[in-house]
Design a protein around this ligand. Structure first.
Ligand code: 13P
Length: 265
């Protein structure tokens, strides 16, 4: 059984003290489950203090972004090299970065490569905008984002990548439309088909693919039950400890139900 991945992206919220309080509350409400990986993605500033506070049996840390050069004259930037040993994961190519900071396909590719080079697992975000969708460009956009981002990775490297499908129109920051799980399933299947063309069948099944876009504790189960969906990337609901714990609980319930089914058959 693949481990279900639940990632909370806190975006530009919470200072050190607020983050610490949230972790304290999450710690009380979330149990450690063998097959569920809970990842917290606070601001870069908060990674260091949280790394000293979290119970590592329950939580892992992710950065939200980093610069693709390992070191040099890049005032204000934080490199993947600096995040080594601090963050297990790093979100790369999030729609906030692509939209607000004009990150293009090549920049995202370089960041994916820098993450892998520094032994940090990139959570590569892909997804179409509302306009792309309206003009029937969803597949082309996903295809271009994936093929460019992964273009420098070997078959071995790709095992260290997580892909998050986040249709921009479904993210609370943007339009926040509720995405139909069936449509999401088609997109996830398409992502795997692109990976299959690039790296073969076995890898396309092994790579972890997450869904993200207005996921909350009520609908998490529907997304997590989709065939081929290995977890969720949660924004707004990850700032609320009860909702986030509810999402982890939904993953646990699904896994328990699956185990029961296996025992019966
Ligand atoms: P919301 O869950 O707030 O829609 O955010 C999704 C997201 O962008 C997570 O990275």
């Amino acid at each position: 059984m693949k481990r279900t991945l639940i990632v909370g992206n806190w975006k530009m919220h919470l200072n050190t003290q607020q983050a610490s309080l949230l972790v304290h509350r999450l710690d009380k409400h979330i149990k450690a489950h063998r097959n569920i990986e809970v990842v917290l993605a606070p601001s870069t500033l908060v990674l260091q203090p949280l790394s000293l506070e979290i119970d590592r049996r329950k939580f892992r840390l992710s950065a939200q972004d980093a610069f693709y050069k390992d070191e040099g004259h890049y005032t204000g930037e934080v490199s993947f090299t600096m995040l080594r040993d601090l963050a297990h994961y790093c979100i790369v190519g999030h729609s906030s970065r692509r939209i607000y900071f004009n990150e293009g396909l090549e920049q995202v590719r370089d960041k994916v490569q820098a993450a892998v080079r520094n032994e940090i697992v990139p959570i590569l975000c892909v997804g179409e905008t509302k306009n792309d969708r309206a003009v029937g460009e969803t597949k082309r956009v996903i295809h271009d984002q994936l093929t460019t981002a992964l273009s420098n990775l070997t078959t071995e490297d790709i095992n260290e990548v997580v892909i998050a499908y986040e249709p921009v129109w479904a993210i609370s920051t943007f339009d926040g439309e509720i995405a139909k799980p069936d449509d999401m399933q088609k997109a996830i299947a398409y992502i795997r088909s692109v990976i299959k063309d690039l790296y073969g069948e076995a890898i396309s099944q092994a790579v972890r693919v997450l869904y993200g876009g207005s996921v909350n504790d009520h609908d998490a189960k529907a997304y997590l039950s989709l065939e081929g969906c290995d977890g969720v990337l949660v924004g707004a609901a990850s700032l609320n400890y009860l909702q986030f714990a509810g999402i982890v609980d939904a993953a646990y319930q699904l896994q328990s139900a699956e185990k029961d089914k296996d025992h019966e058959s």
